[in-house]
Design a protein around this ligand. Structure first.
Ligand SMILES: Cc1cc2nc3c(=O)[nH]c(=O)nc-3n(C[C@H](O)[C@H](O)[C@H](O)COP(=O)(O)OP(=O)(O)OC[C@H]3O[C@@H](n4cnc5c(N)ncnc54)[C@H](O)[C@@H]3O)c2cc1C
Length: 515
């Protein structure tokens, strides 16, 4: 009988692993099952909605062609959904030749001034500290925070504002993770002020990456088991190794058990960036969820209980205030805001990347992508995405002579009203005499737990029927896209060499769930 592979989670990580197993590992698609708790695949690379109720994305990701080697290596084999005889990689290259990122307003101050950013704003001390952190080995960095290595003036440099908003870092985040980003994205140092290296997909990444990949995998016979939450792994210990013998899950509310045979492969991708996220609206704040509401955290906690080799989820989820974040997507039916932002910034939508309001209490950044951002998006509808880095503070972009919006609460607690206030503020910023309660706006906000306040780096585990040795496949929940190389190079097939005999289980065989 053929070897089977089971992947817990239906994000890009699992889908990429499945594609590599088929393309490079010559595994049959029908032997691969992806178990996903949500109703749609894609995980954190989401994108949905319509012009009436509003569009929504939890993230707006920035790709580069210099990194993400495995992502592009994968997508060169995945046919485009928009252009016949082209791959997703081809269409993305062509698109980025037409719309080159070259931000002309990366940082904006409280006086509506474009902050000069050609210099990073470093003092000699800042440089020395950054170099020291960048060169420190990980043992030395240990569980320290960024603030343990960099002094307060560093956090006022143009570099910090640009780097932290580009890669979503907070001063209290892990020094190890910060160092890894410095190394991984060293190239961006030369163009961080223009975001010149940033590449975008034609539409949002759900439509441009997830859908084509999903369709290709489905055509190869991969089974997508949706609405299926994995709750536990049956296992036995063989020579001190954790060997999975069964996968326990709830599919559409019903308990099921999948038997895992000797040599089968089980992947678990832990620590999703969007675990326990919730959706708000123009009038209501996103619900305050916690790790209890997340299948991902529960499973990891169960696995790690009494087994330090599976890491320590508590360093990621024990302080939601440090690890959660919000973003919101705005849907407009009025081109005036986009026009005014273009006049102000000098950037046509899709070429500017992030515009960060550095004096805003929320350290707000807005991204105006190329329009349409969703297939079928009407011409008179525009969609943009925003991310406040901080969620507390007494006002938005105030004190300032040009913005009077005040929202005397944290973003999370008042996202509905804040969102509308924010849209008004941004319109005002763009010199619009905006209608204060324009019915054309619709905002959504998310609260997610699990961003790396970490003092430890999470791992992706391959729990094959034989091995947990192959466990360090990617290093961060926020960098799985960058980490796809690891998925591949630490290929699952290596695990067969370590296969050990398994006791057969008597639980019900469950080879491929019907989608
Ligand atoms: C706002 C934002 C901005 C980002 N920017 C960038 C960027 O610029 N560059 C970049 O490389 N990355 C970026 N990322 C990160 C990138 O989106 C993620 O790293 C990537 O999408 C993660 O893919 P994944 O498959 O590992 O996990 P996810 O996409 O998080 O998927 C995990 C999936 O597992 C499912 N799941 C969890 N537990 C269970 C269970 N027990 N049973 C069944 N299913 C389960 C979840 O429902 C989810 O669908 C960003 C993310 C966000 C949110």
């Amino acid at each position: 009988m053929n070897k089977k592979a089971y992947l817990v989670g239906g994000g890009i990580g699992s889908m990429a692993a499945a594609a590599f197993m088929i393309r490079d590992g010559k595994m049959r698609g029908s032997d691969i099952t992806i178990l996903e708790a949500a109703a749609v695949p894609g995980g954190s690379l989401d994108g949905c909605g319509n012009p009436e109720q509003g569009y929504s994305m939890r993230g707006g990701r920035m790709l580069t062609f210099d990194n993400y080697e495995c992502t592009w290596d994968l997508f060169k084999s995945i046919p485009s959904l928009t252009a016949k005889n082209k791959s997703v990689l081809d269409e993305t290259i062509e698109f980025n030749e037409l719309y080159r990122s070259a931000s002309k307003a990366r940082l904006v101050d409280r006086w509506r001034g474009k902050v000069p950013v050609t210099s990073m704003g470093f003092s000699m001390e800042d440089r020395a500290e950054l170099l020291k952190l960048s060169n420190a080995d990980e043992d030395m960095l240990g569980s320290s925070n960024i603030t343990d290595w960099l002094s307060p003036p560093f956090f006022e440099t143009a570099f910090w504002y640009m780097w932290s908003t580009t890669f979503a870092f907070q001063p209290w985040h892990s020094a190890v993770e910060f160092k890894r980003y410095l190394h991984r994205f060293m190239l961006e140092f030369t163009r961080i002020e223009t975001l010149g290296g940033v590449k975008r997909t034609i539409f949002n990444q759900y439509d441009s990456l997830v859908r084509p990949l999903h369709d290709w995998l489905a055509a190869e016979g991969v089974c997508f088991a949706m609405d299926c939450t994995v709750t536990d792994f049956g296992h036995e210990m063989v020579d001190d190794m954790f060997v999975v013998t069964a996968i326990r899950c709830r599919r559409q509310g019903m308990a099921e058990v999948i038997e895992v045979r000797q040599g089968d492969l089980v992947f678990f991708q832990n620590g999703s960036m969007t675990d326990a996220s919730s959706l708000g609206s123009m009038t209501s704040a996103p619900g305050p969820l916690s790790k209890i509401d997340s299948g991902g955290w529960k499973l990891w906690e169960k696995l790690a209980l009494g087994r330090p080799e599976f890491g320590n989820p508590a360093v990621f989820n024990s302080c939601i205030a440090q690890s959660s974040w919000e973003s919101f997507t705005v849907t407009l039916k009025d081109p005036a805001f986009f026009r005014s932002m273009k006049d102000f910034s000098g950037n046509q939508a899709g070429t500017g990347g992030l515009v960060t309001f550095k004096d805003s209490s929320w350290l707000l950044s807005v991204v105006l992508p190329h329009q349409p951002h969703f297939p079928g998006q009407p011409e008179d509808v525009q969609v943009f995405w925003d991310m406040p880095c901080f969620r507390t503070g007494w006002e938005i972009l105030s004190p300032s002579p040009w913005l009077i919006a005040t929202a005397r609460k944290s973003f999370a607690s008042c996202a509905g009203t804040c969102a509308s206030t924010l849209v008004r503020s941004l319109k005002r910023f763009a010199f619009l005499a905006a209608c204060p309660t324009s019915p054309a706006c619709s905002c959504r906000a998310h609260t997610a737990t699990g961003r790396c306040q970490s003092r430890e780096i999470p791992k992706t585990w391959l729990l094959s029927a034989s091995s947990l040795k192959l466990q360090t496949m990617s290093f961060s929940p926020s960098s799985i896209l960058c980490g796809l190389r690891r998925w591949r190079s630490t290929s699952c097939f290596a695990s067969t060499a370590r296969c050990l005999p398994l006791r057969r289980t008597t639980s019900r065989r469950w080879s491929c769930l019907k989608p």
